[in-house]
Design a protein around this ligand. Sequence first.
Ligand code: ZN
Length: 463
Amino acid sequence: MILFESVRVISFAPPSVSPPMDVLVDASKGPRSASTILEVGQGLAARHPGARRISGAYLSPGLVCSHTHLYSALARGLMVDIKPSKDFAQQLAHLWWRLDRAIDLPILEASGLAGLADAAACGVTSVVDHHAGPEAIDGSLSVLKSAYDTIGLRGLVCYETTDRNGMEGARAGVRENIRFAREIDHQRAAWTRGEEGSSFPLVDGAIGGHALFTLGEETLGALGDAVRTTGRGSHIHAGEDKYDAVDSRHRYGADLAVRMDKAGLLTPKSIVGHGVWLSPSEVELIAERDAFLAHNARSNMNNAVGYNGLLTDHRNVVLGTDGMSADMLEEFRFACFRHRESQGPWWPDQFLACLDRGNRLLERYFACDPAGAGSGAPAVYGRIEKGAAADLVLWDYEAPTPLEGGNLAGHLAFGLSSRSVRSVMVNGKFVIEDRKPAFDAEAIGAKARKEAARLWKRMEERS
Ligand SMILES: [Zn+2]
């Protein structure tokens, strides 16, 4: 057992900062058990003298990145001759689709490790990924999962199915999503039965699709079938750029969300990426289906696709970095400031609620068991309370002004940053302790640089 002693406990939604208290975590059942918070209160050290005692300033739930692309981790500072782009569709064709075709499984492994190591360092304990790599589809989600297991983070992965490389490629994408969901079902069932050598999976799969403008009716139907048969939700970009919305009405005579809904792709486990160009009736439909909208302010700014003027009408907004970096506090700040620039009505508190809501997404995947075996996983995420998942961040923060629930969002928007992250725990196990990673950060960095050079060379060959 681990006892965080005399820490001020932060809750993001509703925002609160407690007086100093103790938090006892069950870390005794081994690294691959489902670990939870056992007790929160005062004077716990006297009652649990055997617990390992750790002190610090503030303890918060781990942060959740609800939409990213780990494959872009090796695109940082990219030195490849890229043709200039006049619009978003050209940016995809000139840069991102050239990059994803150049990814093989060793490159994917290196980018997954580098991206997740970065996330951990920023206090991010769960990462929701959307992967593409059309020349190396089969088995790609298991390669990503092994990167999550190496770093020790929680998360969701999916393969972004698309018709843009032909129908065989589309079918391979659907197959990989289903295969991975089955792999997790088996792992979870083995763990539930207590099989020798089994472990509780910290990673689950969603059913991924690229974007509606590269998904025809046949593939959308196949993705809808995959959602139904696996019990997972869809994870698809929709209306990131205006082109997607116009194409949907032009070629299919239907709004993006209507196409998704007809295929059964809007459910309480669905993640709609961006949604910058959705209409009010689509926002309403997504809310009716209780699906999530992943807002990525920084990426939208960088791609100049416009601002989501209907953001505040959505029911379940979550925040993602879209591969721009791994730092969710930075992303939260961009979301706040870009919204202020558009003179929107939300204050940092509302964006803090969006950041926290990534935990509801985790709960909808991890607190239930599509295989019906009764997973025994914690049902509550993102709360520091008895029975909640032990995903925690210990912060060293010397606040220059009083810090309490009423101004927590202000401290996060204007002060507290990832440089204050001291220790990061996922599932009761430290992935970073006293600023030292439990994984081999140097080896991961060296491997990433080597594979990045190979990725860039492969991109040059695919111009
Ligand atoms: Zn994205």
